[in-house]
Design a protein around this ligand. Structure first.
Ligand SMILES: Nc1ncnc2c1ncn2[C@@H]1O[C@H](COP(=O)(O)OP(=O)(O)OP(=O)(O)O)[C@@H](O)[C@H]1O
Ligand SMILES: [Mg+2]
Length: 381
């Protein structure tokens, strides 16, 4: 704390509350780049259907405090994310907003029609997507003047649409749900700076400045989040109740094993001989339970994206996999073959500075940390 008011903290925690675990990373901003200070995680044994965490604010808060203590975090400035399943996301295209106030009321009117709850029961975040473009247009007034002198057909589209159409990304969640997060972080004695969405955190850690149309698939324990990102904007965000636990359960049933044994066998699948399964990409047969429905969901998300009026690219170029269950063997190869496209495991540490001798450890845990990493990066953009 400085003498004259609050000094902006220089390091930040990203805290991801998953269905089966809590992940924490701490970054320090150095010359605008995130530098890893520490990280930690804890499993939640017997987490029930993803809900128990949020229902047990006290326990969850205490667990976060424990992870922070063990990891030796120094900052209390914290970012966290709402799970995709609890977030309303929409991209709107509206017209005739002369100033910011008019635009905001146009947005509110539209969101009232689309949102699952009355606006008074939600907390909404509005991001005007074309603002940067317009500011540039304002600055380039000289250039614009020249444009005006051109015959109609030669005018650039940017100049023609100025002040006529604007695109907005609206995200929101129920106040009651957000209140649970506030309680959790109060118990953990952390200073919640902002509540983000998983989607935006994943874009930061895995997509960066890539302007293409990219799908991110985060395969966790109980949930898989699928999103289509175009030019860094989440156009489609969906969450389904499938994940690594689906495979563990299939192994338990097929081999009559305990959960612990089934989990071990699942993690050894990669080292076992998996040839000759007959499935695309030599996918181990037991992964069918997860991968067949997942392929359908991916295709559905592609369709949703292609059908979106505001989407410009329409065709997804590649798939980036993440989440603990992206470790499952042959998953990228299987998806690449079935969908006939480039599929690979993303590296969320790619934009982070860290000691070289940690490379192999960080690589191993990377897929599970993608959300936490993107959260801690938020204030460093
Ligand atoms: N090496 C591995 N091989 C196979 N599966 C693994 C491996 N390591 C972790 N997993 C699986 O990853 C899952 C946990 O991943 P992750 O931490 O991304 O999930 P989560 O964020 O806690 O849950 P969710 O995203 O569903 O809310 C578990 O199902 C676990 O079995
Ligand atoms: Mg997760």
């Amino acid at each position: 704390m400085g003498l004259f008011g609050k000094k902006k903290p220089n390091s930040f925690l990203g805290v991801d509350i998953g269905a089966s675990s809590i992940k924490v990373v701490e970054f320090e901003a150095k010359k605008g780049r995130p530098v890893l200070l520490t990280y930690g995680y804890a499993e939640l044994p017997n987490a029930e259907a993803g809900e128990s965490l949020f229902d047990q604010a006290k326990e969850t808060g205490e667990l976060i405090a424990r992870v922070c203590k063990e990891a030796g975090t120094t900052s209390t400035a914290t970012m966290t994310a709402l799970p995709t399943s609890h977030v309303f996301t929409s991209i709107l295209s509206l017209t005739n907003g002369k100033d910011k106030r008019q635009r905001q009321s146009a947005v509110d009117a539209e969101v009232t029609k689309l949102a699952p709850l009355p606006l008074t029961e939600m907390i909404l975040q509005t991001t005007f997507l074309d603002e940067e473009k317009e500011e540039k247009a304002e600055k380039g007034k000289k250039k614009e003047k020249k444009e005006d002198e051109k015959p109609e057909g030669e005018k650039s589209t940017e100049s023609k649409t100025k002040h006529k159409q604007f695109r907005v990304l609206v995200t929101g969640s129920a106040k009651t749900f957000i209140q649970k997060y506030i309680e959790i972080f109060k118990t953990a004695k952390l200073n919640l700076q902002a509540i983000d969405t998983e989607s935006l955190a994943l874009i930061r850690s895995l997509v960066g400045k890539d302007k293409g149309a990219i799908m991110i698939v985060d395969i966790g324990s109980k949930r898989t989040t699928l999103m289509v990102v175009e030019a860094g904007i989440p156009f489609v965000s969906r969450s389904i109740n499938l994940g690594g636990d689906t495979v563990t359960r299939a192994i338990m049933q097929q081999m009559t094993l305990s959960e612990e044994d089934a989990e071990r066998i699942k993690r050894d699948l990669g080292t076992a001989s998996v040839g000759g399964s007959g499935l695309a990409g030599d996918l181990p047969k037991v992964l069918e339970t997860l991968m067949l429905p997942l392929v359908n969901e991916i295709r559905f998300a592609f369709q949703l994206y292609a059908g979106m009026e505001l989407a410009q690219i329409k065709k997804v170029e590649k798939i980036i996999l993440t989440g603990g269950s992206s470790h499952l063997p042959r998953v990228p190869e299987y998806l690449a073959e079935v969908l006939n496209m480039n599929v690979y495991r993303g590296d969320p540490w790619a934009r982070v500075v860290f000691p070289k001798d940690l490379t192999s450890v960080l690589e191993e845990i990377g897929p599970r940390m993608s959300v936490a990493i993107g959260l801690a990066m938020r204030e460093m953009e």
